[in-house]
Design a protein around this ligand. Structure first.
Ligand SMILES: [Zn+2]
Length: 224
């Protein structure tokens, strides 16, 4: 009763469309829950997602949850998770994705989840790592262990500006360091958004070089 009264005074808003939520709704409204552009987990991962890595890296599986469109409701969600302190939202969506993926038998060979880390200075500014929040939820949904500090990100020694693609990738790769034993394990790397895939690829190369058996990818949203 009191909650209903508070909700009248200070309505909680849907993180995607910003309409007021009903008391029974959490983070996003029922309309958005049903209508946001998502990947169908009935079949193999979509070709446009695989195309970002095919021929570049021999990965296990790659999946995403939302299809990212600039200016849309998914962008609102991602912005809230990344910049507005909505850690709980990241975990909530990660868990929802994890439960759906588990039902469809994706990532069943994975041993452990590792989120893409933030550089220490960036982490201090933001106070939390959005990939870790998503990873925590995903780990619960998939019922898999997560190593939040499995990877570390250091400052890039050289600027990426003015470098060609190969050199940029080398610099990015050397900014990651594996801090855990990944030998003979199948690792699932998690990040918030997938655009070109360069970050995931750089981290994957490092994890593979440290002895991992296989590397798979999951992001909460991906650009088509
Ligand atoms: Zn909504």
């Amino acid at each position: 009763m009191f909650n209903a009264f508070l909700q009248l005074l200070y309505p909680k808003l849907c993180f995607a469309c910003e309409d007021p939520l009903f008391e029974s709704e959490e983070f996003i409204c029922t309309y958005c829950r049903i209508s946001l552009a998502r990947v169908d987990y009935v079949q193999n991962s979509p070709w446009w997602l695989r195309a970002k890595f095919d021929g570049l890296f021999a990965y296990g599986e790659v999946q995403t949850f939302f299809i990212f469109a600039s200016g849309g409701r998914v962008q609102h969600l991602m912005h809230a998770i990344k910049y507005k302190g909505a850690e709980d939202l990241g975990e909530f969506l990660g868990r929802w994705a994890g439960q759906s993926l588990k039902k469809s038998h994706f990532f069943k060979e994975v041993d452990c989840i590792i989120p893409i880390p933030l550089h220490a200075k960036r982490l201090q500014e933001r106070t939390y790592n959005q990939a870790e929040c998503i990873g925590n939820g995903l780990a619960k949904g998939l019922e898999l262990p997560i190593l939040p500090l499995g990877l570390a990100k250091f400052a890039q020694t050289d600027s990426l500006i003015g470098q060609d693609r190969t050199r940029r990738f080398e610099i990015l790769k050397d900014s990651f360091e594996v801090l855990t034993d990944v030998k003979d394990k199948h690792i699932l790397i998690v990040d918030d958004t997938l655009t070109t895939g360069a970050t995931l690829l750089a981290a994957a190369e490092k994890i593979k070089a440290a002895g991992a058996k296989e590397v798979s990818f999951f992001t909460l949203a991906a650009l088509k």
